[in-house]
Ligand binder design. Structure first.
Ligand SMILES: Cc1ncc(COP(=O)(O)O)c(C=O)c1O
Length: 439
């Protein structure tokens, strides 16, 4: 069998770090050469050797409309002939902001950025500027981009390194991060009301914000316990800390109004990325007018040559219009497909009960955990009970059968509006075969 991916990887290793541009796409995740993709169409990806894959990763969730959607192609083809980027004020910038502010009741104003990391960096600075406080309260296993202040406790570790649940050991996830960068970042166990109440009693009055993912999405998929996020919001109000909901993953995926809508929340600050741009880099910081006013006239500074790129804004507009049309039919569709996929994987896993498998999902997002536990409810469960090597084996075997899921168990899969029932059936068949073959 031709293996152009392997030879590209060998060439790439000579000129690119790890042969790729983000560790999650390279050998650290694939254990060797990743598949080099040549093009995508609808729910399909095609590699450089012409092999076809049903894509359940969709660029880490950046593609709610799938690959090369006709409306996307039409928009980009039209707009690119009028110039790529001006770094000036734009009509489409106002139009997209109007759609977002009309859609999200907790957002009075937005500021556009390019990536989830940048948006989060600006949001932390804004929270500190607005409150005049230093501390940031974040949760174990939650990822808010790769900036120094919050790149701690985002990777799975051996359980012995986690420390006491009341007082997690803080561990930076990279060399090159000085302690000063994260000394004011407090790490708390997630999905545990008592742990949060205790942390707020100690740090709440010094906290600029409490930041959370709405669904824990960087340790597979772990939903919040009932009422947990509402209690977090209440505690923020009680202590005068801003409630910052990071919707980078959940935004325009779980519901039109993201995790805030799904769980009935009214955050003070939100950030979005990924799906927002429909496939081009686009992110935003949004919030109540008096909080967002902190960014005015550079009181809290946020710059960026590529902020509000015009092509990306046109794509954002098309993505929003398409997903919101017919009474938000796009969101109903991805939810139905995601739930169906989740129940099919459960059915297949039950039929082959040699492997302990738990499937967790929320609407369009799902993940398969190889575990003997009945449920994975937080980071500590994930670190202690999830067999990540087995998941990688599972995902790599699926790849050979034309199903593309990222081989990292910490990530997840998701549906787009172009997936079909036939894709679900084909994926379930491939999974049944793989589970049969796996040791
Ligand atoms: C919850 C969350 N916040 C922020 C980010 C950072 O986004 P980006 O990769 O666009 O910088 C991510 C990326 O996966 C994320 O999952």
């Amino acid at each position: 069998m031709q293996n152009t991916s392997q030879s590209l990887f060998e060439r790439g290793l000579k000129v690119l770090v790890e042969g790729v541009s983000s560790a999650s796409r390279g050998p650290a995740t694939f254990g060797g050469a990743p598949r080099y993709m040549s093009h995508g169409q609808g729910a399909r990806l095609y590699d450089v050797d012409g092999r076809e894959y049903i894509d359940w990763m969709m660029a880490f969730g950046a593609l709610p409309l799938g690959h090369a959607h006709p409306k996307v192609v039409e928009t980009i083809t039209r707009e690119v002939t009028r110039g790529t980027h001006f770094a000036t004020a734009l009509e489409v910038e106002v139009e997209v902001a109007e759609i977002l502010v009309n859609l999200l009741p907790h957002v009075d104003k937005v500021r556009f950025a390019n990536t989830g990391t940048e948006a989060a960096m600006a949001a932390f600075r804004l929270a500190r500027g607005h409150t005049g406080r230093r501390k940031i309260i974040k949760f174990e296993g939650h990822y808010h981009g790769w900036s120094d202040a919050v790149l701690i406790n985002t990777n799975p570790y051996p359980p012995t390194l986690l420390g006491h649940p009341n007082d997690p050991i803080r561990i930076p996830d990279s060399s090159g991060i000085p302690e000063e960068a994260w000394k004011d970042t407090i790490v708390v166990r997630w999905n545990d009301v008592e742990a949060l109440e205790r942390a707020m009693a100690i740090h709440g009055h010094d906290a600029a914000c409490v930041v959370t993912e709405g669904v824990m999405s960087n340790m597979g998929v772990i939903p919040p316990k009932s009422g947990y996020l509402n209690r977090m919001q209440e505690l923020c109000h009680q202590y005068g800390a801003l409630f910052y909901l990071d919707e980078t993953v959940t935004g325009f995926r779980l519901a039109a109004g993201g995790a805030a809508e799904l769980y009935g929340l009214s955050p003070d600050i939100v950030t979005y990325g990924k799906a927002l741009g429909g496939g081009l880099p686009m992110a935003m910081i949004g919030g109540r007018a008096e909080v967002m006013a902190g960014l005015e006239w550079g009181k809290v500074l946020h710059f960026g040559t590529h902020n509000a790129g015009r092509l990306a804004l046109h794509l954002t507009k098309v993505m929003l219009e398409t997903m919101l049309a017919d009474n938000q039919a796009g969101f109903s569709r991805i939810k139905d497909l995601g739930l169906k996929m989740g129940s099919e994987v459960r059915r297949v896993a039950k039929a082959n009960n040699r492997h302990g498998i738990v499937v967790q999902g929320v609407n369009s997002m799902f993940q398969v955990f190889f575990t003997e536990k009945e449920e994975i409810t937080d980071f500590r469960d994930f670190c202690t009970y999830v067999d990540r090597m087995k998941f990688r084996d599972f995902a790599l075997r699926l790849m050979d059968k034309g199903i593309y899921m990222n081989p990292s168990a910490t990530l997840h899969s998701l549906s787009s509006i172009v997936h079909t029932e036939a894709d679900i059936a084909a994926t379930a068949r491939a999974m049944a075969e793989v589970l049969e073959e796996m040791p």
